[in-house]
Design a protein around this ligand. Sequence first.
Ligand code: ARG
Length: 417
Amino acid sequence: MKKFSLFIIFLLIIQVDANSKSLLIKPKQILDVRSGMLVNADILIESGVIKKVSRNIPVMSHYEIIDLKDMTILPGLMDAHVHLTGNTDLKGNDGISETSYLATIYGVKNAKQTLMAGFTTVRNVGASYYSDVALRDGIEQKAILGPTLLVSGPPLGITGGHCDSNILPAEYEYKAQGVADGPWEVRRKVRENKKYGADLIKYCATGGVMSKGTNVNNRQYTLDEMKAIVDEAHTLGMKVAAHAHGLEGIRMAIEAGVDSVEHSSLIDQETINLAIAKGVFLAMDIYVSDYILGEGAKNGIPEYSLNKERIVGKRQRENFKMAVESGAKMVFGTDAGIFPHGKNAKQFKYMVEWGMKPIEAIQASTINTAELFGKTNIGEIKETFDADLIGVKGNPLKDITLLENVSFIMKEGQVIK
Ligand code: ARG
């Protein structure tokens, strides 16, 4: 008995020791994402948290040194728009026979791929049967490896809209889980998502590209319904992300008080100004169009979607440029899941090509996402912040595509790569 309890104490000591292990990172330089300056400093990490950022921190004997002399260190990247349970291995309508169990298993694989690409926090916007909640909890409980997740559960949508499914005929009586019509029904749906563990609410404010029989230009939901969604979600402490391509839906979502407009493809100057005035973030996924139009057909994306993509893709990029030039609040969001997970960083190059300075593209994926996510402990390399870090060989302000090849990854003090 005595031996046994000594053993337990021994285990506890090991445990405490592992958690309070001090790591000293010695990089070539750190990118201060707020100022855009490259700084010479070391980073001291204790219990997964950044304890000190300063030049020549005195080395104590118990520090474990991580020598990254050839790297620039940045905060871990974030993506505000992914679908981890979206399985890119399934072609076209094959997805209809996929169980949520299988989707979750693929989610495990996709979450790991996303983390291994340097994305330490991502927002999952739409998943059936709360498979995203399970993924988030599995990662949090350290059963599996992945980014920290914020999840929406089933996205809310009108009957027959982009967040429903119009593939099966009436006799199957199928409707997607997030379908809700009318102000009271949407409130109930928001409450239900909260009940089953969602962090935020996603809803469809217009038709979409990947859905059958919806028009990207058409508004879905009335202003009353959108206001009810936002009011209920905000009352419950949840942020709201609205999927919207068409102008009327974008404007109505902003008027209703959403926190971010996803896609924002056909936004105009007046509505950009409205978004700025109301502090609404735009998450414009300007890489995915090249994937859909380039590789979509051979990967089973149906012709009706390709046709719709031809309407929104180019204009979305032009409007992205207009939004950047107007000083809109922008976050990095890609729609990974349409294209293979782990390729999220490909979008940085597009953001720079379409008007952002490299530092602005990086800010979109760090401090801006942190603000949208309501998190005050990630997105910067700063004392008291979580030790979510990445390292690249070279200067990403000179070559943004370096972010596509991350050499070092740390999540909450744990070296992942
Ligand atoms: N999930 C979106 C939809 O189906 C994808 C839009 C992709 N196209 C784009 N240009 N962003 O509507």
